[in-house]
Write a protein that binds this ligand. Structure first.
Ligand code: CA
Ligand code: ZN
Length: 302
């Protein structure tokens, strides 16, 4: 299996990027990812003012996918996320949902044993996820720092981006140019204090291409649902975008009138908060697969 090392990284997603490696559809490959601090935080006494803020959120890549072209959808199956044996979390004055109450910084380095992170004696079952994953954005959309989520993916910090899930991205450049990093061993929806359990990882992926179909926002397919992952300047805007695309997928996939799709969405589609602490907020709209299968949703895209 091909191994793509974590020493070649990007800090922004742009339309034109030089790839560092190539993979083929249906080939399994492993990507080594750095934690969001590029492993600068190793102990709890670290003085955070000494952090090099120029190397936050490194994403390994870009990876060129053979045969993938602008106007296609890139499908990324996550087979496995193997994390290291310790992760970092921290609070920082002014950061997160309760930034006004967060008056001093504190760093915790949590050991991971037998699939559990230990926090002050409490055992937290780990569910590794990928924080940052994306492709080259649309040229007109400009440059996107890896810290920001948008239509190309990026820092979506979505707990469902985990082993067993499949992502779908709109492709705007030959080879799609996939890059990823910022894995979390554990994170609650929202990521309220602005960190998950930040950790380096080895991610096993497999890609495929859906020709001549496009989507506005990334999708993540889990065991039970297909979710639109949308971002906005605030949660309301992200909710509007995720809902709008979710209803459109129901309308097109089921061949319904828009009004029927809207009412159906109100009955079966769950809105979930992904994160509320990055430069843009992220929400997902989950369409149950027993209402509309992922295949039919993709086939129905107009
Ligand atoms: Ca993140
Ligand atoms: Zn992170």
């Amino acid at each position: 299996m091909k191994i793509i090392k974590g020493d070649k990284v990007i800090y922004k997603f742009v339309n034109e990027m030089k790839h560092i490696d190539r993979v083929s559809p249906k080939e399994k490959f492993l990507v080594e990812t750095n934690d969001c601090f590029f492993q600068q935080v190793q102990d709890e006494n670290m003085v955070l003012s000494e952090l090099d803020y120029d190397c936050l959120n490194p994403a390994t890549g870009p990876i060129f996918v053979e045969g993938c072209q602008a106007g296609d959808i890139l499908k990324v199956k996550i087979h496995d996320i193997e994390v290291e044996d310790k992760g970092v979390t921290m609070t920082f004055p002014g950061e997160g949902v309760l930034g006004d109450q967060a008056t001093k910084s504190k760093v915790r380095v949590l050991p991971i044993e037998d699939g559990q992170a230990i926090f002050n004696g409490i055992k937290i079952p780990i569910v590794p996820m990928i924080g940052v994953i994306g492709v080259a954005p649309n040229k007109e959309d400009g440059e996107w720092p890896t810290a920001t989520p948008w239509k190309h993916g990026g820092n979506m910090d979505t707990t469902d981006i985990k082993a067993g899930s499949t992502l779908y991205f709109p492709v705007h450049q030959d080879g799609a140019l996939l890059a990823l990093g910022d894995c979390h061993a554990a994170m609650g929806d929202g990521e309220i204090c602005f960190t998950g359990l930040e950790i380096p990882a080895k991610v096993t992926l497999e890609v495929d291409i859906i020709k001549n179909k496009t989507i506005k926002w990334p999708l993540v397919e889990t065991k039970d649902a297909t979710m639109v992952i949308a971002s906005g300047d605030d949660v309301d805007q992200a909710i509007y975008e995720a809902s709008s695309q979710g209803v459109k997928h129901l309308k097109d996939g089921l061949n319904f009138e828009w009004e029927d799709a809207y009412m159906l969405a109100s009955l079966v589609m769950d809105l979930k908060i992904s994160q509320v602490v990055d430069p843009k907020m992220t929400v997902r709209a989950a369409i149950p697969k027993d209402i509309l299968s992922t295949e039919d949703l993709i086939m129905g895209i107009k």
